[in-house]
Design a binder for this molecule. Structure first.
Ligand code: PLP
Length: 391
């Protein structure tokens, strides 16, 4: 991994993270030794798996101030977002058909919204301020009598900005509108309490906090108010009927272990990552024509996103490829040749939106690595600019 000198330095934690060896160790017994189906109630194999799932559910619930019966396990945040948006739309259609979200949401929120719009729902895609944060007055004036749901992410996957969840939650509660947040990038990285924040539904995933891929959860509030959610996967009635399908104990145990470790290490890791991020920015920002994307401080500690004037974005990524593994934006859309919708929403020109670098600093990164990346980035930018001048 990072010890292999031939592999580029990994700075793409917003796309995914490696599984922490402690997480892996916790998962292993549930593949072979305790392989039972947690819903087999007639024998010990089932009981052992059930006990593991119950413990994991308690850990994840406690991490966000919820109770264990409010956690619905899913295959990840994409499924959790789909379940939240479509499940609410279906359940509350008699109350109204208006949904509010942000232009800068992940596609796992935007695409279900588009789908709902094709069914006749009305979706308002709120703009953001130039720093990437939602304007609360804009949000308040967008709420209508037929609004059933506000879906605003906790932390952005490209620019790392942290939306003001407490203020949004308060506004939603005062207006009797449900509040869903996609916390895929936030869980384990910033403190989250669903009651302090007035969050009614929260999407989570394990693989952005050193847990396994293919597991996540949706928090669904049961009291004040009790959220009604139509299932999107019908079958055996698992997860209190909200998500059928045999539970996957190794992944669930790994998810909980990853969250548990992240909470214990959060303060120290936040301080360490903030220092590395500041170190990277202080070197890069010595160049002219470097623009920080997103709010300077209200962002994930390990995130730095910059636009570089006067260079071709693809050439920049290609030039850095042997040194550092990073991307210009969301992993899921970087195959498309289109500027990032997030950077466009900030008001960046197409040229600056194309020439973006998203640095995601994580567990394994060191000061020495950050300095190497900064040097390589500066050299690459300078030589590309020289080439552009000559041609
Ligand atoms: C990664 C990510 C998702 C998708 O999560 P999966 O668990 O991979 O399905 C959704 N939203 C955001 C903000 C993300 O960063």
């Amino acid at each position: 991994m990072s010890t292999d000198r031939h592999l580029p330095i990994y700075l793409d934690r917003h796309a995914t993270t490696p599984v922490d060896p402690r997480v892996m160790a916790a998962m292993l017994p549930y593949f072979t030794e305790h392989f039972g189906n947690p819903t087999s109630t007639t024998h010990q194999y089932g009981w052992a798996a059930e006990a593991a799932v119950t413990g994991a559910r308690e850990t994840i619930a406690a991490a966000i101030g919820a109770s264990d019966s409010e956690i619905v396990f899913t295959s990840g945040a994409t499924e959790a977002n789909n379940l939240a948006l479509k499940g609410i739309a279906e359940s509350y259609i008699a109350k109204g058909q208006h949904i509010i979200t942000l232009q800068t949401e992940h596609n796992a929120v935007l695409d279900p919204c588009e789908y709902l719009a094709s069914l006749g729902f009305t979706v308002t895609y709120l703009p953001v301020r130039p720093d990437g944060l939602v304007d609360l007055n804009t949000l308040e004036s967008a709420i209508r009598s037929d609004t059933i749901l506000v879906s605003i992410m906790a932390a952005n996957n490209e620019i790392g900005v942290l939306q003001p969840l407490a203020e949004i939650g308060k506004l939603c509660r005062e207006n009797g509108v449900l509040f869903h947040t996609d916390a895929a990038q936030a869980i384990g990285q910033i403190p989250l309490d669903v009651n302090l924040l007035n969050v009614d539904l929260m999407s989570m995933t394990a693989h952005k906090v050193y847990g396994p891929k293919g597991i996540g959860a949706l928090y669904v509030r049961r009291r004040d108010p009790r959220v009604k959610l139509s299932p999107q996967l019908h079958g055996g009635g698992h997860e209190r009927g909200m998500r059928s399908g045999t539970l996957y104990p190794p992944q669930i145990v790994g998810f909980a272990k990853a969250v548990e470790i992240a909470l214990i290490e959060m303060d120290a890791e936040t301080a360490r990552l903030t220092e590395l991020r500041t170190r990277l920015w202080s070197q890069l920002s010595q160049l002219d024509g470097i623009y920080l994307n997103g709010h300077f401080t209200q962002r994930l500690p390990g995130n730095l996103n910059i636009s570089v004037a006067g260079v071709d974005g693809n050439a920049l990524l290609l030039g850095l490829r042997p040194i550092v593994a990073l991307s210009s934006g969301a992993a899921c859309s970087s195959a498309k040749i289109a500027p990032s919708h997030v950077l466009q929403a900030l008001g960046r020109s197409d040229a600056l939106a194309y020439a973006a670098l998203r640095f995601g600093i994580g567990h394994n990164n060191t000061v020495e690595q950050i300095d190497r990346v900064a040097t390589a980035a500066i050299e690459t930018i300078q030589s590309l600019r020289k080439l552009a001048l000559r041609s």
